[in-house]
Design a protein around this ligand. Structure first.
Ligand code: F6R
Length: 607
């Protein structure tokens, strides 16, 4: 959480810093600030609230002018969102911005207190600024190395030293950080979209590496002060990928990008009608003997794992356990040699998912990462890696990342089923053909269900609470529908296995509790419809998202969104789309900040 940026070049950099921060606001948005060298002195401007508040403050009070500076957008951990807790934080000789959490900040603060250091904020970051200041001996590099040895937790730091106005320093430990390389100007940022307007070339900083940037040069050192030579990476998307492109919000843009994202993710991995995952380190030989599979992830990514469980178990007949990463890592999981642990993550930096990956490896399991962010920690540490190619997902609520995670779960299930000899090549070719057909069908759904979804949203906006129900794969999908709706509309929502309702939850049903039922599985149709009738007859307003070829008594529901029919197994990829649209429009109609829902951040790098 939190986004940091830095610039060393020849432009007046306040605007560059704020512009770069605007691409990172998804990481946190409760306050923002910048620090810039103006005529050799560090000038700080910061404000509580979204970046817009900082812009306004600088308009009113004047912005710092200079060509070297750092900036920050915050998701509060230590200390409430306020001007004083906003970054940058300073000691006499040093000013920093920080992403991450310093776990031993109390002890460090006690130590600094005992030395008479005074603090103005409640943040762990100010402790780091003061510790750097305390150890400062005229050599920034030595000071940083000495300081980071004392820090426990996760951090990416952008640092400027008052005595070195031509340069910025950066260091990372767990939290992500890149160094953007331009022509006569260089950058640091928590994520690639921040720099795309200026350059597509960047270095990924590794654990405990320290970068020193001037306008003409980037030097990277390891923790022993040895110079490191690194591969220069090039982002394969341009600035427009991180812009709204005429859409009102990133979320709706990203919903519309789903067909393309699936094509980019799936097409290159299918050859002669069969999955080919060799470039990901996956062959029949190295997956055929897995006895148990664990899928470990958080939030939406975990929901993609739930769909994967149904599909892998059905096709490959291997037992799959799906775990929330924060639970998995603390429940002494029975995992070891011969098991496969799949970690799914859009950002590739989620703290609990990364810890789960490390735990699985330490227990002897093989690991497979399904990750969207290139070069992220989870991508780098897993034994096998399948990148999803969704491009940058800026809206906090995940949509296109989810759909490509699903598409990869299908590909992997097909491959595993083939490797285990559970399906024939002929059957597999049929499945891959269906999967390749999904993007075109989603294009159609985007057109056919848009207005209906908008209309249904008008029926939901005044609800206090609602239920999503479904059976089998529809239940797995309901969980995602429910999460999407609640996180951006702020309407309480739960998902329930339709058959489980009458064991307690049905007592909640009144005419004030709308129910959204997902009905896409042929073998469960009758059973789900019975459950729908049960809630309808108790007064609920019922909305169904169902296959267009299903005949369902009109008296059983109030509103219906139809989606085209295809292989039952692939229906979640289609039904996800109207669910996303309903969540989106409900949030818009309630006047919420759709892309930046309250209290959330895109990249959850704290436990
Ligand atoms: C919800 C959402 C989150 C993420 C979760 C995991 O819309 O986006 O639930 O899915 O925080 O994040 P990643 O996939 O980056 O590990």
């Amino acid at each position: 959480m939190c986004g940091i940026v830095g610039y060393a070049g020849s432009r007046d950099c306040s605007d560059v810093l704020v512009d770069a921060l605007s691409k990172l606001e998804y990481r946190g948005y409760d306050s923002a600030g910048i620090a810039v060298f103006e005529n050799g002195e560090i000038k700080v401007s910061k404000a509580q609230g979204k970046l817009e508040m900082l812009r306004k403050k600088m308009e009113a009070e004047g912005k710092p002018h200079g060509c070297v500076g750092i900036g920050h957008t915050r998701w509060a951990t230590h200390g409430e969102p306020s001007d004083v807790n906003s970054h940058p934080h300073s000691g006499a000789d040093v000013t920093i911005v920080h992403n991450g959490i310093i776990e031993n900040y109390r002890e460090l603060k006690d130590f600094l207190d005992s030395k008479g250091v005074e603090f103005v904020s409640e943040t762990d970051t100010e402790v780091v600024a003061q510790l750097l200041n305390y150890y400062y001996d005229g050599s920034p590099l030595d000071t940083i190395i000495k300081t980071i040895r004392e820090l426990e937790g996760s951090f990416a730091l952008g640092i400027i030293f008052a005595a070195f106005p031509d340069r910025i320093y950066a260091v990372r430990h767990e939290s992500p950080l890149i160094v953007g390389v331009g022509d006569g100007e260089n950058y640091i940022a928590s994520d690639v979209p921040a720099i795309l307007k200026y350059t597509r070339d960047y270095y990924l900083l590794d654990h405990d590496e320290i970068a020193v940037l001037t306008k003409d040069e980037v030097r990277i050192y390891d923790e022993h002060k040895e110079l490191v030579s690194k591969e220069l990476m090039t982002a394969d998307w341009d600035e427009s990928a991180a812009e709204k492109g005429g859409y009102e919000h990133f979320m709706i843009k990203e919903i519309h990008e789903q067909p393309n994202a699936i094509n980019m993710t799936v097409k290159p991995r299918i050859r002669d009608g069969l999955p080919n995952l060799e470039e990901c380190g996956i062959t029949h030989e190295n997956i055929k003997d897995f006895k148990n599979i664990f899928v470990v992830a958080c939030g939406t990514a975990m929901h993609a794992g739930l769909v994967g469980k149904y599909v892998i178990e059905k096709l490959a007949r291997v037992p799959v356990t799906v775990d929330i990463a924060s639970e998995f890592r603390y429940r002494s999981p029975i995992v070891g040699e011969g098991d496969l642990v799949i970690i799914i993550s859009q950002s590739g930096e989620t703290a609990d998912s990364l810890a789960a990956l490390r735990l699985a490896k330490s227990l002897g399991a093989k690991t497979l990462a399904i990750v969207n962010a290139k070069g992220s920690s989870i991508a780098r540490e897993a034994d096998m890696l399948i990148y999803t190619h969704a491009g940058p997902e800026i809206a906090v609520a995940s949509t296109k990342a989810y759909i490509v995670q699903l598409s990869v779960m299908y590909l992997f299930a097909f491959e595993l089923a083939l490797a285990k000899g559970r399906i024939t090549e002929e059957k597999c070719r049929k499945l891959t053909a269906s999967l390749l057909g999904v993007p075109d069908i989603i294009e159609k759904i985007l057109k056919s269900s848009l207005e209906k979804s908008q209309y249904i949203s008008t029926k939901l906006i005044s609800a206090d609470s609602l239920l999503y129900i479904g059976r089998g794969l529809d239940y797995a999908l309901s969980m995602e529908g429910s999460l999407k709706l609640k996180e951006i509309s702020y309407i309480h929502s739960e998902s329930y296995a339709a058959g489980e309702l009458k064991h307690g939850t049905i007592s909640l049903i009144t005419d004030e509790m709308p129910v959204i039922a997902v009905v896409t599985q042929s073998d469960l149709l009758e059973k789900t419809v019975s459950n729908i009738v049960e809630v309808k007859s108790r007064g609920a307003m019922v909305i169904i998202i169902s296959r267009e070829d299903f005949t369902i008594d009109e008296k059983a529901y109030d509103f219906r969104i139809d989606i085209p029919a295809m292989d039952d197994m692939l229906m979640p990829m289609l039904a996800a789309v109207p669910m996303q649209l309903v969540a989106y429009y409900t949030s818009v109609l309630r006047g919420n900040d759709v892309d930046k829902p309250r209290n959330l951040a895109k990249s959850v790098t704290v436990e």
